[in-house]
Design a protein around this ligand. Structure first.
Ligand code: HEM
Length: 407
């Protein structure tokens, strides 16, 4: 596939802002997406382990982690849409071709995700007292975890097929016979997928440090349970660090020839340093983990490490498509649209800040209160402001739409 053909597949209308904005936002939002995915996968695995255990602490952890997992799925889905939008804007020739070549799986993705989520909820409803009563229908949680991994596998294949335009014709018309069915998943890298999935162990360990610190802020919490969580989080972090380095090394060792440059690039070194720093950080903090906000620091540093990994993953795609196929994602035609660009950033900063700030503060404070929680007058005002801002947003959205339509 030559560069001219790839450029011909671009949207002739151009894009509404500078491509670098889409590139950077794609990296940042994908890092958040994969963080939520990894918390979800890790929490699901801990739920399953706890559900099969008789130990009281494990059972309590299972009950907490199923709640974490079901929230993390919705966060992962919402934060999956953002990189989906950005990738299809600047890499549309690649993303759409990859999707069309596996069209049935792209549609199946939604169905499988719904089934996975339903299975998780079914397990949750079947086990309202997981901490104290025997586990019922554990198979539902197993099914959920397996189906979530299938969903991730489909996303992996779509991302990977993008990088191999030289093989598209062979997949579309094997031996010259056109097959437009989209039944197959054509290309994958087990080691790359394993790396992103196994990172869940370290990410959920970082999550456990934060969970533990959060519980310490609650009046009358079980000190035995809080103490039990600490070595577990440390062990998981160590195992997660080893798994990340080992699977990452395997991925690099199995890169196809045109991507081999990546293995020795500064991107890989930066990622390795960031991941190792995140893995050793809790050991370094020691007793500080119990003080102030330090208990949350491993998760914060983990998030930074994931951003570095996401940037490296993007560099692999950008440089491969530029170097081997002559496609420069940054020379997209710009058709500047100030309204949509400013609407995006204002929505993100103002609405995102106020509404999310309100919801998170309420959830945080309610979780740290015994009995019924009553928000302060200031927080209630923030809630009212959130509703007001949402109403203004909806009104301006339709007003502009009608204005443009009527012009
Ligand atoms: C809930 C289960 C999910 C799992 C386990 C999962 C996992 C993954 C993994 C492992 C990757 C990286 C693939 C690679 O680079 O090799 C990925 C990429 C991606 N995921 Fe998810 N994902 C899930 C759900 C979703 C959902 C619901 C969406 C969208 C609504 C989504 C959107 C994306 C996008 C757009 C990418 C590629 C971004 C890019 O290439 O720039 N994912 N996902």
């Amino acid at each position: 596939m030559d560069a001219a053909m790839l450029y011909a597949l671009r949207d002739p209308a151009g894009i509404p802002s500078h491509p670098v904005i889409f590139l950077v936002l794609g990296v940042l939002t994908w890092a958040l997406h994969i963080a939520a995915v990894q918390v979800m996968l890790g929490a699901s695995a801990l739920t399953l382990y706890g559900a099969f255990s008789r130990d009281a602490h494990w059972r309590r952890l299972a009950a907490a982690m199923i709640t974490t997992a079901k929230v993390a799925v919705s966060v992962a889905i919402v934060l999956g849409v953002a990189p989906l939008l950005f990738v299809q804007v600047i890499y549309d020739p690649f993303w759409y071709t990859s999707n069309v070549l596996s069209a049935r799986w792209v549609i199946g993705f939604i169905v499988i995700l719904i089934l996975a989520y339903l299975a998780m909820y079914a397990f949750y409803y079947r086990n309202p007292k997981l901490a104290s009563q025997p586990t019922r229908s554990a198979w539902q949680m197993v099914a959920s975890l397996v189906l979530m991994l299938v969903v991730g596998w489909i996303m992996h294949v779509l991302s990977y097929q993008m990088l191999l335009p030289e093989q598209w014709m062979g997949w579309y018309a094997p031996n010259g016979n056109i097959n437009p069915g989209g039944q197959a998943l054509h290309a994958y890298s087990i080691t790359r997928f394993a790396f992103f999935i196994l990172l869940s162990v370290a990410v959920v360990a970082a999550w456990l440090f934060a969970y533990r610190r959060y519980l310490m802020g609650r009046p009358g919490e079980d000190a035995g349970y809080i103490a039990w969580l600490l070595p577990l989080a440390h062990r998981l972090m160590l195992a997660g660090g080893v798994l990340a380095v080992a699977s990452g090394a395997l991925w690099l060792a199995t890169l196809p020839e045109k991507m081999a440059w990546f293995a020795t690039s500064a991107w890989v070194w930066a990622s390795a340093i960031a991941l190792l720093a995140a893995a050793f950080f809790p050991r370094l903090l020691g007793n500080k983990l119990d003080q102030g906000l330090w208990g949350y620091a491993p998760f914060a540093l983990g998030a930074v490490a994931l951003i570095v990994v996401a940037a490296a993953r993007e560099a692999l795609r950008f440089v491969t498509l530029l170097g081997s196929h002559g496609y420069d994602a940054l020379d997209y035609k710009i058709n500047l649209d100030w309204y949509s660009t400013s609407l995006f950033f204002i929505t993100f900063a103002v609405l995102g800040g106020v509404v999310l700030g309100y919801l998170l503060t309420v959830a945080w404070k309610a979780g740290q209160t015994k009995g019924v929680y009553t928000p302060s007058p200031a927080l209630t005002r923030l809630g009212n402001l959130s509703i007001g801002l949402l109403v203004i947003w909806i009104v301006q959205y339709f007003a502009i739409g009608f204005y443009v339509w009527a012009r």
